[in-house]
Every structure is written in structure tokens, then in C-alpha cells.
Design a protein around this ligand. Structure first.
Ligand code: ATP
Length: 944
């Protein structure tokens, strides 16, 4: 994902599907959004009520006023600008956020970094992690009566007693390692929401708002200081939530930040990458090379740099460097090279299994270098007699990532590696992917997704046995060492059994159902967005742990999202002994923290130090921030309704109130929980554009849905209770029952099982039409698989009263062509911030102004107090944004809103590209490329 000189966001709030009840609910909570009195007061469900009251800062009066037409929250948020360390930087970017969704500012993901524009952004709201969070949130909030129906849905993330209290933030998730961004976002949210302002477009620009010091870039923010136990510096950025000296999160965060960072930079030969590595990336490279070559066991680790610091490019540098060193050592000493280099049979994976496994020979093909016609730089396999006798299939580097960033990896490999040292890359994805594992040997890098790994690789067993061991151990006072030995014994027993009986863990080479990916011994496996495997009990985590690899890496900007347990899954994948054994992890880490958290976290710090490298944007190297970004400014614009829009909103609110009262009078609030959330959602939609509130016809459903018309027709014919039941099933289920990942494009079957649409679609058209849920024998068809939007729209259509009031039926504000107040404001901002500036730039270039360099490396010498001369280097970035063109990103939560914004963009001849979750990977990729590279476009708005 290509950097732009700076980026200003415009947010209209968006997710991939319409009418996101659970997102709405989640945001209500996460943003401390005031709720209307009628929704709060009657929140009779104890869980829901508790949660609501927790999140509402002041009681009813304020809440009511905030839903009054004059105070309706109608924000659009604009972030302005940051630029990246990229010489190719072409433009500045405005991010406009319509719909007041503070998730953009939670430091969670790339949205908080407008300068990293890539297809991940599309993922930010539509898929995996965010979805999971909101689904969980909804699940927690839904009354039991709404959760009973459908298949039992286990919570996806199990939070242990030890850690959940320690690290949950006010959103109930993540951010443990978020460093200053965590504090920033708390501060920001506190500041923003405590003011109770409304009807605003929020804009991040160079002006207006005085930001807390922690938000100011360019200031040398001392990270440890922010996290430090005295709390002073921290307080500057935190207005809503204050931490006591003894707050464990602070202790933990300080412990982690205090890790002694390595400082040695690798010497990276010219010509291997087309861009120079930044200093922190060279340091990462050196550290990774050390881990891969000097470490006796666990050859790899966790690169946990903050989002956007260039983990991908650091990894590509590692791959290139290893290839370079290999060819160098080969040319210098060909004989020695043969026997020493890269003996994949030393695979540290599955120790007990890999030795002497002659059983597998007959099932394996061999692709030793030299036997291949196309002997591109396949990692070399030792030609030692032992290795040859074992005849194991080998392959290069496997990168596993979410589907949404697969193309981005490919693009980075393409763009950042010059022609003369190109890496051969295979994208292992899609129905027509090869079934021949020997194909992998032809490529330096194979890119694939977590879903495919889950489908193709046999899973390791769940570690529950260990837990039993642990309990027994505790009961009888056995030491953790004893338990570990016991576990090892048990593991070797399993290994023996596998050798003989061909069953048990990692039967990849003997399990006929194992797919191609499970067959080779990989030279290196990289898990990008490794938090995907944070729950070690999930199939995806167990499948990743079964991959056979010599070197293993986890990349994650948020390595701990929920609990210390998250780390266990990485340790298990990395084979980081002894903590890769659950008992050792529990005794050695969780137990220590439970006993004395200060000491416990210090210990964890030391344990992590070995395998984890983490830097944030505020990390200093030799007193200098590792990356210098221009300040991010936030500008909030208040948008007034027109008289007609205000009438519309007032009427909608009145209808919603009376509907709610009717539920309350009938004692059916609990049963109508989903409807109540839907009513709140409608009110928010009305702030964007009244048309969003109107029901959609089947055409508009089909336009944004993967399910077909037959499904819509069937849904229309179902009783309302059944539709609600299906919605509940869909929203209570955090994982797809086929791939065991958070569902991508989730659908629910009539038998109440939830899948990714892609996962279940094979069962709609293939030979086997039975439901793929375990034990379910229901026949499936396209007519009984429903998407969320189909269900919600059908529910809403039969829901008199809360939709458009008859008096507005023919109103002009309900026309596609109508440009709502908020859309008008967006266009105004785009014109004033971008078009004006860009046209003046154009005229400058016409009179011969040259583009200034964005960054340059400067070397200078300093004499320290002992008289030693120290050579220092620093990268200087141009602070001037004035000479760069401006690009903009417009977010919305609703794809329908994107349609409406698009309409206005076209009307005003503003060039744009669209990006949303309904688009194919190829289409997304094309649009991202266009957005980044198209010199024609003065402004490209990516609508997410
Ligand atoms: N040395 C460099 N020169 C030029 N561009 C760079 C450099 N390092 C990183 N970038 C660019 O910065 C952007 C962010 O990098 P990257 O995606 O690797 O970050 P990341 O740490 O992997 O982020 P995330 O946690 O979101 O995955 C990319 O567009 C990348 O090409």
C-alpha cells in the first residue's frame, strides 16, 4: 500500500453491509455515545442495562437532549495529514469521517494512520477483527432470551481471570500494547464526547483544535514517560479515564516499553530493495537475522512494531538478505555450502515426529534443487545422505495473512523489489489454485490466507489435556517442571504413536485429506496479522501450529488484544520453549502475574524480550523518534439540518419513542431488543441522509449482497419471529463453522448455522448439498441461506412505524439525487481543502516550480562527554505539505451512503475510486492502485 505524502480522512462511517445492528450497538458503547432516555430507562435486561449505564457518562437529561433535533450528532470527521517516509510520496490526504465513529481514533489499525493507505482499510470495518469485536459486544449485551436460539456459540476469545481485568480498556478490548496511541485515543474520546457537541463534521487538519501533547508529532514524546507510573504525562492525554499509580495496565505497559531495544543496524546491500530501509527497519533486520541464525531453538520471533512502521518491508528485506547471503556463501564456498546450508530436515517442528519418519517417504515427492527445471532461488535443501534418504519435499517462505491483504503483500513484493533481484511469488488462493505441493518449490514466496491454512492443514489437538494436568499438578503440589516433563513425555508418546499408528498431531504427510500446503517443510513461515491466531483453541491457530517450518515469524501491531493467553498461541506457533507448553506458560507466566503482578510482568517482559521486537511511532533511537510525522489535526465541522431534514428526524424520533413505549407497555422490550437497536440505527442514518432510513427494495439488497434473489424472496415469506431468530444466530456467532475464522461476508442457513458466504457456497452448488456444520444433515439451497442485510431489511419492512413516516413519502429529501446537508459539507471540504490547493499546485508546476524532496538522510558527527566522536544519521522529512497535492479518503459505515456520496462526487466531477467489502480482491486491488498512482486524479476519494 503506497504512501501518500499526507492524508486527510473524511468519515461517513461505513461497514460492508447495511443496517449493522451490532456495529451500531458496539459503537454506542465504545464511543460513550449518549443514548436516548427511552432506550436507557427501560433497559430492563440486567446485562444490557449494566452496560448501558456504564457507558453513559451523565444521566437522562443529557441523553435526551443529545437526540433532540438541535443536538443530533451529525459528525463528519476529517483527519489531516501525515506523511510517510517514502520518497515516492505523491500527495497529501484528507480523511473525512461521516458518522461519528470514534473507532477511527482508537489507535486500532490503519484507520488511525491515514498515511498508510491500502486495502487493509477496507478490512478495517468489514472483516475479521473488528467484526469479531462488535459481535462479541452484541453477544454480551443481548439478553439471554435472544441468545438461546440457534447453535450454541462459544465465545471466541476466552478471557482468563488473571488477565482480563488487567488489560481491558474501556472498549473491552485490545490496546494493551498500543503505547501512546492508547492514551491518545482515550484522551481524544474523552475530550470529544464529554463536550456533548453534535451535528458536527470532524476534521483532522492543521488547525483549530488544541491537541493534548501526546498527540503532537514532532514533539519528542518520551514513551516511557507517557506510560510511567507517576501518571502526570499520561494525564495530559487522558481526560475521561485516569489511571492510578497502581493501575496494572500502566505497570505492564511500562514494563513492555522499557524493553531494551536492540540498536545494531544490519548492513543491507544495495539493489535488493528499490527503497532504502529506514533505520529502525535495519535494526529489525539485524535482530531477525540474529534470531534466525544464532538462536539454538525458536528460530524466529514476533515483530510487533506499531502499525505502519513497515513490518512487511522488514520481512521482505529478511527474505532478500537470506537469499543474498546464501548465494554469497555458495559462490565463496560451494562444497561447504552443500552440506551446511539450510538443512530443512532440521526442522524444529514436531521434534518427535520428524526423526526417522520413513513411513512418509512413499507419500512425499521430492523437489530438491537441481531436479527442478525451474530452479529459481528455491531454498536449498541439504544434499547430505541423511537428507536424501528422508526425501522430504521442501519449499521457501510461506506468508499467511487475511485475504484482504493478500494482494497488498503481492504488491509490496512487486513494488519494493527491483527487477534485477525479483522474488518469485505464488499467490495460493482461489478455486483454481494448484493441488500439486511440488509447485511451491518453484517460488521464493508463497502467499496464502488463514482460511486456506485452516482448510488444508491438519490441526494440532487442543491443549485442554494440559489444563487437566495443570489442575492435577496444582492439587498435588507438583512443580511446573514436573508438569512440563510430563507434557513432553506425553508429546513424545503421541509422536511414537504417530510414527506407528499414523494418527495424532500433524499427520500432514500421511493424512490424505491434508491439502497441498500441509505437505512441504517450509523454510520460513510468516504469520501476518498474527493476532488472528491469538486464541490457541481455534482451528486456525492449531492449523498454523501444525505447519512444518524451520523459521517462524509472527507479525502484529497489536500482539496482545485481549489477554495474556494471546501470547501462548504465538509461543506455541514459534515453538518457544518452555512456554510453548501450556502448563509451563500457565505456571511460569500467568501464575507469576497472579501472584505478584509487578514481578510477574517484569518476568513477562524478560521472556518477551527474547522473542519480540516492538517499537511504536514514539520510540526514540538515540533520542530521535524513529519516524517523524507531521502533526495530525482534527477539525470538527458542525452540520445543520435543513428544515426538512430536521422535521424528518424529529418525526422519526417521535415514532421510535412511541414504538418503544408500546414495547415497554406490553413488557416485550427484551424480545424487541434487536428492533430497538435498529431504531437507534435509523436515527443515526437519518443524520447522514434521510434516504438511508427508507427500506430498500430487493434490487438494492441484491446490489450489495452475495445471496441471490431466491434468498430474498424466501426471507420475505418467513414469519418475523423467525427472521429475528436468524439475525440473532448470525450476530451471536463469532466464527464460521467451516473455516473457524470470523466470518467474511457472513450468512446464516435456515438451520441456524453461520458461515462465510464463500465457505458455504460450495455446498449450495456442489455435489454435497448438506449443511457443513458438524452433525447437521439439513439439505441446503441458495434459497435458505440469508445475509444479514436481507434479514434486517425484511424485518424492517414488516415493522410499521419506525420507518419513513407517510408525510415524507414523496419528499424531495428521499430522492437519490438529493444531496443531504452532510454530503454537501463533504463536497465543500473536498473542494476547499483539496481542489483549491491542487489547482494552485498545478499552476505552480506550470510555471516551473520543482517538487521538493520529501525526505533525506543526513549524517553529522557529535563529540560526546568522553570526547569520543559519534557519527549520527538522521532522516529529515520535509515539513512542508504545501507543495504536495492533496488526496482524500471518505469513510462511511453504510454502503448505501457511499452510493449517495458517489452520486454527488460525479455531479461535481470529482475523480474518485471506491473500495468496499463487497468488491472482489482484484477489484479492490485495482482501485487501491489507481488511487495511489493515478496522476490524473486531483482527488481520489476511497469510499470504504
Ligand atoms: N523504507 C521504506 N521506504 C518506503 N516505503 C516504506 C518503507 N517502509 C515502509 N514503507 C511503506 O509504509 C507503508 C506501511 O508499511 P507496512 O504495511 O509494511 O507497515 P506494517 O507495519 O506492516 O503495518 P500493519 O501493522 O498495518 O501491517 C507501506 O506502504 C510501505 O510500503
Amino acid at each position: 500500500f503506497t504512501l501518500m505524502a499526507s492524508t486527510n480522512p473524511i468519515d461517513i462511517s461505513s461497514s460492508d453491509s447495511e443496517l449493522e445492528i451490532e456495529d451500531d450497538e458496539d459503537k454506542i458503547t465504545s464511543s460513550l455515545r449518549p443514548l436516548p432516555e427511552w432506550a436507557v430507562k427501560h433497559g430492563t435486561n440486567s446485562r444490557g442495562h449494566a452496560r448501558l449505564s456504564q457507558t453513559i457518562p451523565s444521566p437522562s437529561q443529557t441523553q435526551i437532549s443529545n437526540l433532540n433535533p438541535s443536538n443530533v450528532s451529525n459528525h463528519a470527521q476529517i483527519k489531516i495529514p501525515r506523511h510517510e517516509p517514502n520518497d515516492n510520496v505523491k500527495a497529501s490526504t484528507v480523511v473525512i469521517a461521516l458518522d461519528d465513529d470514534p473507532e477511527y481514533f482508537t489507535g486500532n489499525g490503519n484507520i488511525g494512520q491515514p498515511w498508510t493507505v491500502n486495502s487493509r482499510i477496507a478490512n478495517g470495518f468489514g472483516t475479521d477483527f473488528e467484526k469479531l469485536t462488535s459481535q462479541q459486544a452484541l453477544k454480551r449485551t443481548l439478553p439471554p432470551s435472544l441468545q438461546l436460539s440457534g447453535p450454541s456459540s462459544k465465545p471466541y476469545i476466552l478471557i482468563d481471570n488473571v488477565s482480563s481485568n488487567l488489560i481491558r480498556d474501556s472498549h473491552g478490548s485490545s490496546n494493551l500494547l498500543a503505547g501512546p496511541s492508547f492514551s491518545n485515543c482515550q484522551g481524544y474520546i474523552g475530550e470529544h464526547y464529554s463536550r456533548g457537541d453534535s451535528n458536527e463534521i470532524m476534521m483532522y487538519g492543521n488547525t483549530s483544535r488544541i491537541l493534548p501533547p501526546t498527540l503532537m508529532h514532532g514533539k519528542s514524546v518520551n514513551h516511557t514517560q507517557i506510560a510511567g507510573p507517576d501518571g502526570h504525562a499520561y494525564r495530559a492525554g487522558v481526560s475521561e479515564e485516569r489511571f492510578s499509580v497502581n493501575d496494572e495496565r500502566m505497570v505492564y505497559q511500562a514494563a513492555l516499553e522499557d524493553l531494551n531495544q536492540p540498536k545494531v543496524e544490519a548492513t543491507f546491500p544495495d539493489g535488493l530493495l528499490s527503497v532504502p530501509l529506514l533505520r529502525h527497519q535495519k535494526i529489525a533486520l539485524d535482530w531477525m537475522l540474529q534470531r534466525e541464525t544464532k538462536s539454538v531453538y525458536c528460530m524466529g520471533g514476533i515483530l510487533a512494531d506499531d502499525q505502519g512502521l513497515g513490518k512487511t518491508i522488514s520481512m521482505i528485506a529478511l527474505i532478500q538478505m537470506q537469499k543474498y547471503l546464501e548465494s554469497k556463501s555458495k559462490s565463496e564456498d560451494p562444497e561447504n555450502h552443500k552440506t551446511v546450508a539450510l538443512n530443512l530436515d532440521d526442522d524444529n517442528d514436531n521434534d518427535n515426529y520428524n526423526d526417522n519418519n520413513n513411513d512418509t517417504d512413499e507419500l512425499e515427492e521430492v523437489k530438491l534443487k537441481g531436479e527442478s527445471d525451474d530452479s529459481k532461488s528455491v531454498p536449498e535443501v541439504s544434499t547430505s545422505a541423511r537428507a536424501v534418504s528422508k526425501r522430504r519435499l521442501s519449499a521457501g517462505t510461506l506468508v499467511v495473512c487475511p485475504a484482504s491483504i493478500l494482494r497488498q503483500w503481492a504488491r509490496e513484493l512487486e513494488d519494493k523489489v527491483p527487477e534485477e533481484s525479483k522474488l518469485s511469488v505464488l499467490i495460493y488462493h482461489g478455486g483454481s489454485r494448484t493441488k500439486d505441493p511440488s509447485e511451491f518449490a518453484k517460488y521464493d514466496v508463497v502467499l496464502t490466507t488463514y482460511s486456506i491454512i485452516t482448510n488444508e492443514v491438519p490441526k494440532q489437538p487442543i491443549v485442554d489435556d494440559d489444563e487437566i494436568d495443570e489442575k492435577i499438578g496444582e492439587r498435588y503440589g507438583l512443580s511446573s517442571e514436573f508438569s512440563i516433563k510430563k507434557k513432553r513425555k506425553r508429546a513424545s508418546h503421541v509422536g511414537m504413536k504417530m510414527k506407528k499408528g499414523k494418527k495424532g498431531i500433524d499427520s500432514s504427510t500421511i493424512d490424505p485429506s491434508a491439502g497441498a500446503l500441509a505437505k512441504p517443510a517450509w523454510f520460513r513461515v510468516i504469520l501476518d496479522e498474527a493476532q488472528t491466531i491469538k486464541n490457541h483453541r481455534t482451528q486456525v491457530a492449531r492449523a498454523c501450529c501444525s505447519l512444518r517450518a524451520k523459521r517462524r515469524w509472527c507479525l502484529s501491531g497489536t500482539p496482545i488484544q485481549n489477554a495474556i493467553d494471546d501470547l501462548y498461541s504465538y509461543f506455541r506457533f514459534l515453538k518457544y520453549e518452555p512456554y510453548s507448553v501450556y502448563t509451563a506458560f500457565c505456571h511460569g507466566i500467568k501464575g507469576s502475574i497472579a501472584k505478584d503482578y509487578v514481578k510477574g510482568y517484569k518476568k513477562l517482559q524478560a521472556i518477551l524480550k527474547v522473542v519480540m521486537l516492538r517499537r511504536t511511532k514514539a520510540t526514540l533511537i538515540d533520542g530521535e523518534p524513529i519516524i517523524k510525522l507531521p502533526p495530525k489535526s482534527v477539525l470538527m465541522s458542525k452540520v445543520d439540518f435543513t428544515a426538512e431534514e430536521r422535521d424528518f428526524y424529529t418525526q422519526l424520533e417521535a415514532d421510535s419513542r412511541s414504538q418503544f413505549k408500546a414495547y415497554a407497555a406490553a413488557g416485550t422490550v427484551n424480545q424487541n431488543y434487536a428492533n430497538i437497536l435498529l431504531m437507534l440505527l435509523r436515527l443515526r442514518q437519518a443524520c447522514d441522509h434521510p434516504l438511508l432510513v427508507q427500506g430498500f427494495d430487493s434490487d438494492s439488497i441484491r446490489k450489495s449482497d452475495s445471496v441471490g434473489q431466491v434468498s430474498v424472496e424466501m426471507a420475505k415469506s418467513l414469519p418475523r419471529e423467525m427472521l429475528i431468530n436468524l439475525v440473532n444466530c448470525l450476530e451471536a456467532s463469532a466464527i464460521c463453522l467451516v473455516c473457524k475464522d470470523p466470518p467474511d461476508d457472513p450468512v446464516v442457513t435456515m438451520c441456524c448455522h453461520v458461515f462465510c458466504y464463500q465457505c458455504v457456497s460450495e455446498h449450495l452448488t456442489g455435489d454435497d448439498n448438506t449443511c457443513p456444520a458438524r452433525g447437521c444433515k439439513e439439505q441446503l439451497g441458495a434459497d435458505i441461506v440469508f445475509s444479514r442485510s436481507t434479514l434486517r431489511i425484511c424485518i424492517a419492512d414488516g415493522h410499521n412505524g419506525s420507518l419513513v413516516h407517510p408525510q415524507f413519502e414523496n419528499s424531495v429529501i428521499l430522492q437519490d439525487e438529493y444531496s443531504s446537508s452532510k454530503i454537501k459539507t463533504v463536497i465543500e471540504i473536498l473542494k476547499s481543502k483539496c481542489l483549491l490547493k491542487n489547482s494552485s499546485l498545478e499552476s505552480q508546476s506550470a510555471i516551473g516550480c520543482s517538487e521538493t524532496s520529501l525526505s533525506s538522510e543526513q549524517t553529522y558527527t557529535e563529540t560526546d562527554h568522553s570526547g569520543i566522536r559519534v557519527v549520527k544519521r538522521t532522516t529529515v522529512y520535509s515539513n512542508s505539505l504545501a507543495d504536495r497535492p492533496m488526496k482524500a479518503i471518505v469513510f462511511s459505515q453504510w454502503t448505501r451512503m457511499l452510493d449517495l456520496v458517489e452520486h454527488s462526487l460525479r455531479t461535481h466531477s470529482i475523480n474518485y475510486r471506491r473500495l468496499d467489502g463487497t468488491m472482489s480482491l482484484a477489484a479492490r486491488d485495482r482501485n487501491v492502485k489507481d488511487f495511489n498512482n493515478d496522476p490524473e486524479s486531483l482527488i481520489s476519494c476511497r469510499l470504504l
